[in-house]
Design a protein around this ligand. Sequence first.
Ligand code: SF4
Length: 281
Amino acid sequence: MVFPVEETRKEADSVERESREAPIIEVFASIQGEGLYVGQPQVFLRLAGCPLRCTWCDTPGSWAVREGASARIMTPEGPLRRDAWATPLEALTHIGQAEPREPRTVSITGGEPLMWPEFLLAFATMVGERPLHLETAGAHPETLARVADVFDHISLDLKLPADLGAPEELSGSENFTRESAPNSASDWREARRSCLKLIAQRDACAKIVVAKGRQVHDYAALLEDLAHLAPEVPLFLQPVTPMGGVEGPDHAFLGDLVEDARDLGLDVRVLPQVHRSMGIA
Ligand code: SF4
């Protein structure tokens, strides 16, 4: 016989479990191709869902949370398909299947992982000794403030307003953050500054994707905010990987941008996406 109190507890457990689920696109072991930990073998957990519309986005398939989608788990024996919606424990199981041997640093990417704060917080309690890294677009400072302490490293994008289309908020789930994406240049400035304050004095890096067709002075506000709010955080200028008609900047342009960053005392480095140049995921 099942007592009412038992039924209530099971129902509460089920609600709690569901509230921590997030949609996974893929889990795979590879080499980190960007930022401060470039070259490090890591395992990547890519979450679906992103309200932003970067003009040079290399993962537009991650924007939507699709009904009936499945997650691809790249194991050493070959790919597996699993239900996209996963609890933190299920995600950790996928990671164990994707790791070829010893546990690796886990990098959570997207999409925009900050869409799923409850998942992130619960997942962080389960990863054990593995370092946990976050790759974020820096559009949701309130959510970042909630989760920042559970990460060992944060890679923060600094977005140029000219590189952004109008955001499209997610729908169809109760689990994503209620914080809206910035929708104007001034909203973006505020979000950027708040995020920079949050990564200051942490193990972190900032990344600016640089595409062709911009002026060096377009980046002045991004560089100045970094220099003012988190001057010790390394800055990676990432020439966009050419695709879909988007082209990268020329060398002289990058050189000028580097000098502007150096004039502000920034620790600036230029780094294309290494995994793309190697032809790996
Ligand atoms: S934040 Fe990332 S996933 Fe979202 S549009 Fe920009 S590049 Fe694409």
